[in-house]
Design a protein around this ligand. Structure first.
Ligand code: LLP
Length: 418
């Protein structure tokens, strides 16, 4: 459910007409709906209400300060993967004791910054990382709270680039070594062993893989308990998909499935949803520049491009494309929607049936809230699009469009010898 809908023939974000936002702010532009973000958080939170739990929003999905503040105000914690994300969520008012630090490559500086901030826990992914964290903690004369991320070795049935739970992936500790790791971690006095975590992949559209992961981690937690290691937290990661094309289970069904094997463990459940909270709460609005016809294809050339939204070419991802104004009586055509970037991979849709878009019209690329703006780049020296947050009829620009000066800001024009 989201709050992008037609009133008559015009597409609105809540009570704001998209065409007005585009007229004032220009295109391409990312538009988010605050009511949708809040609703998604509430629904997910309620789905987990049967268990003692904490949501740590995976902020990599969409990390604008205002979005982080919105979730923080609803009680959310944050799942971070870099010092940059740590700074960002602290700047947005996050409580350090609700931050978990994931990722396979935390640097010494990042570990130090997280210890200084006093985060809830590090999700550790390898032996050398475990020792590195202990070493930094020793130097700082503090105890580092750690959780070990387990790779449950299963197939989450998603695109290979966003699948993390198979044993051939770089993520997590192999199942066979988990107890050895805990024993080792226990012997390091600088570490406080507080949890176990897992994350099997993203855009998962069935409950089976979550149940399988839940059963595997539950049996580890039980075994650890009988070995005298009583954990406080079980971090179940993120990964629940959204309906780009397929229909994933709703949060209630997901939560029921994953919580069932975790019953009676006596741990607090941490969840790291990203996409499911923000994906359908954002759209990318772009204007048609030209309609180009060749003898084999029709190309709708728009002013947004792969530098704004790279998901279609990177993951073969499907994003619905809606006209911002519905025109009656148009015959559907089959077309590619492409951007101005000099790459054949620069498309939002290929061979898509659409109601014959015309030059000058606005199109909305739907479900672009997650992994949209955050993966944008300045490729082809294109300015990154602005981000707008709509709340009722109020329209807040939460990030301005890059200016040309931003593009060259850190560059130096040096004097070279001839
Ligand atoms: N926790 C960890 C440790 C993660 O690595 C991720 C996502 C999440 C939670 C959140 O997963 P979600 O609930 O959003 O599925 N750029 C790709 C997705 C990459 C996901 C990376 N990790 C895409 O556009 O599909």
């Amino acid at each position: 459910m989201h709050h992008f809908a037609y009133r008559g023939n015009e597409l609105y974000a809540e009570d704001a007409a998209i065409k007005d936002i585009a007229a004032h702010i220009g295109t391409p532009v990312y538009i988010y709906s605050a009511a949708t973000l809040r609703r998604h958080f509430r629904v997910f939170d309620e789905a987990l209400s049967g268990a003692d739990h904490l949501i740590c929003y995976a902020m990599k999905a969409l990390s604008n300060l205002s979005i982080l503040k919105l979730f923080g105000a609803m009680g959310s914690g944050f799942d971070i993967v870099s010092a940059g994300e740590l700074m960002r969520c602290l700047r947005a008012g996050a409580e350090a004791k609700k931050i978990v630090f994931s990722g396979v490559g935390k640097s010494e500086e990042e570990i130090a910054a997280a210890l200084d901030a006093g985060i809830l826990m590090f999700n550790v992914e390898s032996r050398p990382e475990l020792y590195r964290i202990a070493e930094v903690a020793r130097r700082k004369k503090v105890k580092a709270p750690v959780s070990l991320r387990v790779n449950p070795d299963l197939d989450p049935g998603t695109h290979p680039h966003i699948s993390t739970g198979h044993r051939t992936s770089k993520f997590g500790i192999p199942l066979a070594q988990v107890f050895e790791y805990y024993a080792q971690a226990r012997s390091l006095p600088e570490l406080e062993l507080v949890g176990l975590s897992t994350h099997i992949g993203s855009q998962i559209t069935e409950t089976g893989p979550f149940i399988e992961a839940g059963e595997k981690v539950a049996s580890i937690v039980r075994q650890l308990k009988s070995d005298g290691i009583a954990l406080r937290y079980l971090d179940i990661g993120g990964g629940l998909g959204i309906p780009y094309l397929e229909e994933p289970p709703p949060p209630s069904e997901y939560a029921a499935a994953i919580l069932k094997p975790l019953k009676g463990l006596g741990v607090k459940i941490i969840a790291e949803p990203g996409r499911v909270l923000v994906g359908n709460a954002g759209i990318l609005v772009t204007r048609v520049l030209y309609v180009k016809e060749t003898d084999v294809k029709r190309f709708i050339v728009v002013d947004g491009a792969m530098n704004d939204l790279i998901r279609p070419v990177l993951y073969e991802a499907y994003h619905a494309i809606w006209p911002v104004r519905k025109e009656s009586g148009r015959k559907p055509v089959i077309a590619d929607v492409v951007g101005p970037v000099c790459e054949s991979g620069d498309f939002f849709a290929q061979d898509r049936e659409m109601p014959d878009p015309q030059a000058g019209e606005l199109l909305a690329v739907m479900s672009a809230g997650a992994y949209g703006f955050v993966m944008a780049s300045n490729y082809n020296s294109r300015a990154r699009a602005p981000e707008v947050l709509v709340e009722g009829s109020r329209v807040h620009v939460i990030r301005e469009r890059d200016r040309f000066e931003d593009l060259i800001n850190r560059e130096k024009l040096v004097e070279l010898g001839s």
